[in-house]
Design a binder for this molecule. Structure first.
Ligand SMILES: Cc1ncc(COP(=O)(O)O)c(C=O)c1O
Length: 394
């Protein structure tokens, strides 16, 4: 038993995909299902008084992001919606501008959106990264044009953990007078963010990545930023996003944000030590294993490792049998696994991309769980290598 959840068989090393709800978060949410089920838009006080709960969450999020403690935070259904709302909202607000800039390593939610926008007549510049996963800032500078509606560059990469120099990027974009959006899903709660001093206009984040509930995200919109709402409907969220608010989840997010703020100060070094221990253990025992993104700044909880001569999915399935949850670096496209666009953009050869595994740690991981993986993985990789004809890996 851990945190009241009977998960003793599970070693959860997939915290960039989602996180375990904190028990404290569940506790604060329950009364808002059982007792205080009103609608914050109601005129009666049973519902209407819930507005203050929403505002308290805005304040906790603003505090976590180093933003002003007023209403610059809007609730969405998750970061996928926030990303769509930011980029489409900026285009809708500037109908004369038909060009956007993103990076080659954005999350699918932005990547797919950009592909769709291209079909709708928007020009997209995709900025490249180097072998370590770092953004080409010169290319970024050169790509911004008078008709650029928005630049959207992620804060930290979900697959490799590589952190972009977001302040530099924001300054480059703002010098050109263009809107700047960042997908900060993997950064919020793992890095100290200072929105008061970094000129970010729009920022997306998600509750379920910081031990909060699924189904709620945020879009931070700096005061005075012109974006059209994506979801029209009621006057919720000051007309920026229609739809009855998910009150229990938003209340849970408040607690999750507070816990994340404390953990950021007091616990992140613990996670980094576990991650570094995992990397050292793997590197010392498994030959031909390469840490992707090593050599540049990375999130303290993430490691993406390519094991030459294996399929990442095969290792993932064997680990899964042992109760260990990780992600592979490939995505299933048209029935076959392709190395992720992120690893390809970094110039990692496909035979290495195919063999990549992402381990993402979290606050509930224990040293003995990491030791278990270090103990089991060498023989798993060795067995898989023996099963793979070497010619097919060339
Ligand atoms: C970098 C990044 N952006 C966006 C998302 C999407 O977030 P959500 O699940 O809240 O829609 C994720 C989730 O994996 C992510 O890692």
């Amino acid at each position: 038993m851990r945190n009241g959840v009977n998960d003793s068989r599970i070693i959860y090393l997939d915290n960039n995909a989602t996180t375990q709800l904190s028990p404290e978060v569940v506790e604060v949410m329950l009364p808002f299902y059982n007792e205080f089920y009103g609608n914050p838009s109601s005129l009666h006080s049973f519902g209407g008084s819930l507005k203050s709960e929403l505002n308290k969450t805005r304040e906790s999020i603003a505090d976590l992001l180093g933003a002003r403690l007023d209403l610059e935070v809007y609730f969405t259904s998750g970061a996928t919606e926030s990303n769509n709302a930011a980029v489409r909202g900026a285009l809708l607000a500037q109908p004369d501008k038909k060009h956007i800039v993103i990076s080659k390593v954005e999350h699918e939610s932005l990547f797919q959106l950009a592909n769709q926008l291209e079909k709708e007549g928007v020009e997209v510049s995709r900025i490249s990264v180097d072998h370590s996963g770092q953004l080409n800032l010169e290319e970024l500078k050169d790509s911004i044009r008078p008709d650029t509606a928005i630049v959207s560059i992620m804060y930290a990469n979900n697959e490799t953990g590589v952190i972009f120099p977001i302040e530099k990027i924001a300054n480059i974009v703002k010098e050109k007078g263009v809107l700047f959006h960042t997908d900060a899903v993997q950064a919020m709660g793992k890095l100290s963010i200072d929105l008061k001093n970094i000129p970010i206009d729009l920022l997306s984040a998600s509750s379920h990545k910081i031990h909060g509930p699924k189904g709620v995200g945020i879009l931070y919109i700096r005061r005075g930023t012109r974006v059209q709402p994506l979801i029209l409907g009621g006057e919720q969220e000051r007309g920026r996003r229609g739809g009855t608010e998910n009150v229990p989840a938003i209340v849970g997010l408040k607690k999750a944000a507070e816990l994340a703020k404390t953990y950021l100060r007091e616990g992140m070094s613990y996670i980094q030590e576990l991650r570094d221990h995992l990397e050292q253990g793997i590197n010392s025992q498994i030959p031909m294993a390469q840490i992707n993104g090593r050599g540049t700044e990375r999130l303290p909880n993430t490691t993406n490792i390519s094991f030459e001569g294996i399929e990442g999915e095969a290792a993932l399935l064997v680990l899964s049998e042992l109760g260990v949850c990780v992600s592979s670096g490939s995505a299933c496209a048209s029935g076959k696994f392709e190395p992720s666009h992120v690893l390809r953009a970094m110039g990692i050869p496909d035979h290495m991309g195919h063999g990549s595994i992402r381990f993402s740690l979290g606050r509930y991981n224990l040293p003995e769980e990491v030791d278990f993986v270090i103990r089991e993985l060498p023989s798993i990789v060795q067995r898989l290598r023996q099963m793979t004809p070497s010619s097919s890996k060339a």
